[in-house]
Design a protein around this ligand. Sequence first.
Ligand code: PLP
Length: 408
Amino acid sequence: MIKINENYLKLQASYLFAEIKNRTAAFQEAYPDREVIKLGIGDVTRPLPQACIQAFHRAVDEMADDKTFRGYGPEQGYMFLREKIAKDDFQARGADISPEEIFISDGAKCDNGNIQEIFSRDIKIAIPDPVYPVYVDTNVMAGRTGSHNEGRYDGIVYLEGSRENGFIPELPGEKVDLIYLCFPNNPTGATISKSRLKEWVDFAIENKAIILYDAAYESFIRDDDLPKSIYEIDGAREVAIEFRSFSKTAGFTGVRCAFTVVPKTCVAYTRNGEKHPLHALWYRRQSTKFNGVSYPVQRVAEAVYSDEGKLQTKESIDYYLKNAALIRKEISALGFECIGGENSPYIWIDGRSDSWKFFDLLLEKASVVCTPGAGFGKCGQGYIRISAFNEYDKVEEAMARIKEALKA
Ligand code: PLP
């Protein structure tokens, strides 16, 4: 008899975005004349930069000619892209990362989800709360947790975010082996300083642990003192894997291109204490299960690093940051405490009431859709997330409506 992986039965239904969709649809049916403004989802709204569009056209033309056509590419990605990434994203900031340590992929979501495969099943994992749900669910699927009880899985060490710690969790009070961190954070928009990040790197070194550092939103960092990469921190090359994505940086959510950095100095151990480089394991995993990102898409990603590409992507991010600043200003002026919205596209607002109640209030009174913080974990209860991914005039209109609604 064929059997299923019963760990899948432990997973909670992905209730958050389905429930938002249902409530929004019910509202629109009841009030068809009201225009709903969606500030809930973390998807970009601006088109690809022109430099990327031109590169796309050129690469498609190359595929149409037998002299320039390309079939399977290198599993780890083309060197023309990895060299630019290593130079511009890392070496230019003093982070010692070589092209050989970069793995091009079709998304930070799959890499974040797949990476746990190279680690033993019986490790202790530490995951923030609130959190991007992929880190938790993929470990549940792999059988690293017990069952779900009152909003939490048994066996996970939760790193709690709170008003008091500004949603930058403290170091765990116990020994853990694998630590998930994400800065600038989704959902909270929190950023971490170099000195706080150094504490995590030191903790990982001391505990022979590995940090999985999700930097999908690094391009929103404008404050030069904040680290864009964990490799700006001394010692991180020994204990950290970093995930990056072109999704939010350059509008690639529908194009699909990202990369993961696994330094050759990063190791984990066998049961007998023998050291193994993680680079070799991830290379083996990727070359077995993945056949690379399409050639045209890698050329499009390369164009992000051209002079025009850099200017155009900066312009797009600046646009979203302007939205974020407006949201932060207007919501703060209404007397709500918020974090994020600076160096981040997300604004995390203390609604001082149940997350879903506040969601309903904004929907019913202002026809604005946000994301209830409770959907990202127990510690998100009482908060909502507003995203800056929309047109500026829509954001202005949404803020005016919220102001009106909350005054009444
Ligand atoms: N990591 C975080 C924290 C995210 O918020 C997202 C997307 O929302 C991703 C990764 C996924 O990135 P990609 O589109 O490259 O799969």
